[in-house]
Ligand binder design. Structure first.
Ligand SMILES: CC(C)(COP(=O)(O)OP(=O)(O)OC[C@H]1O[C@@H](n2cnc3c(N)ncnc32)[C@H](O)[C@@H]1OP(=O)(O)O)[C@@H](O)C(=O)NCCC(=O)NCCS
Length: 193
């Protein structure tokens, strides 16, 4: 995110509604394509230099499956219900929730909607009985990645702490060969009060 965006107020959470879309949305090609585009654009910036050129963070089949499985919360503009962001939310063990694939259209960043998406994910997992929230951050070790540093500082401001350094290749064996260089796979957790 550029400093000029930081000066802009961004979109206020009051203008946005966040929910798990009805499973029928998985068959709405325009809705799915809009979300794929938001994630691709956000991650091409957020993971620049980490993966080999051409790497795609997601695709329409994955987004449709996540919607069908009730694992993708979507932020829509209340006016017109246009999708502008999303967050993947999963239960990974009886007491642990997890979020990932957090992305917001750049035109709507900086106003607190990203934080609302994280709070929504936490609330959803808390409602399902989770006591801990878990997230992963893939960080290159051979150069300073501004976007990852900013994300880590932001997660820590929201109460997340590093609990483990894991092997990215163990969790994602198919993706490991697509890494452009050495990385550290940081696992963060936060108690859900
Ligand atoms: C992550 C993302 C969804 C956050 O959305 P957002 O609307 O900017 O989020 P918010 O406005 O709620 O919060 C942004 C935070 O970054 C801070 N921030 C904004 N611009 C900044 C800048 N240029 N430098 C440093 N901090 C900045 C804000 O102060 C805010 O911190 P706070 O909540 O402690 O006040 C959005 O930036 C995005 O889509 N990024 C690309 C994808 C990505 O990085 N995903 C995560 C991969 S691990």
């Amino acid at each position: 995110m550029s400093d000029s965006m930081r000066d802009s107020p961004g979109t206020s959470p009051e203008a946005i509604s966040i929910s798990f879309p009805d499973v029928s949305s998985a068959g709405d090609a325009d809705f799915v394509a809009a979300l794929v585009d938001i994630v691709q654009v956000a991650y091409s910036e957020a993971e620049e230099g980490i993966f080999v050129p051409g790497y795609q963070r997601t695709n329409s089949a994955e987004v449709a499956r996540l919607i069908r499985d009730g694992q993708l919360a979507v932020a829509c503009l209340k006016e017109g219900m246009k999708p502008v962001g999303c967050i993947m939310v999963r239960i990974i063990s009886p007491d642990r929730g997890n979020f990932g694939m957090l992305a917001l259209d750049a035109a709507h960043r900086g106003g607190g909607v990203g934080r609302q998406l994280v709070l929504f994910a936490e609330g959803s997992c808390r409602d399902k009985g989770c006591t801990v929230m878990h997230l992963e951050l893939l960080v290159p070790t051979t150069f300073n990645h501004g976007s990852k540093e900013r994300m880590q500082a932001w997660y820590m401001r929201m109460g997340y702490r590093i609990v483990q350094l894991a092997q990215f290749g163990q969790g994602y064996p198919a993706l490991a060969p697509l890494l452009a260089g050495p990385t550290e796979y940081r696992i963060f957790e936060k108690a859900l009060a």
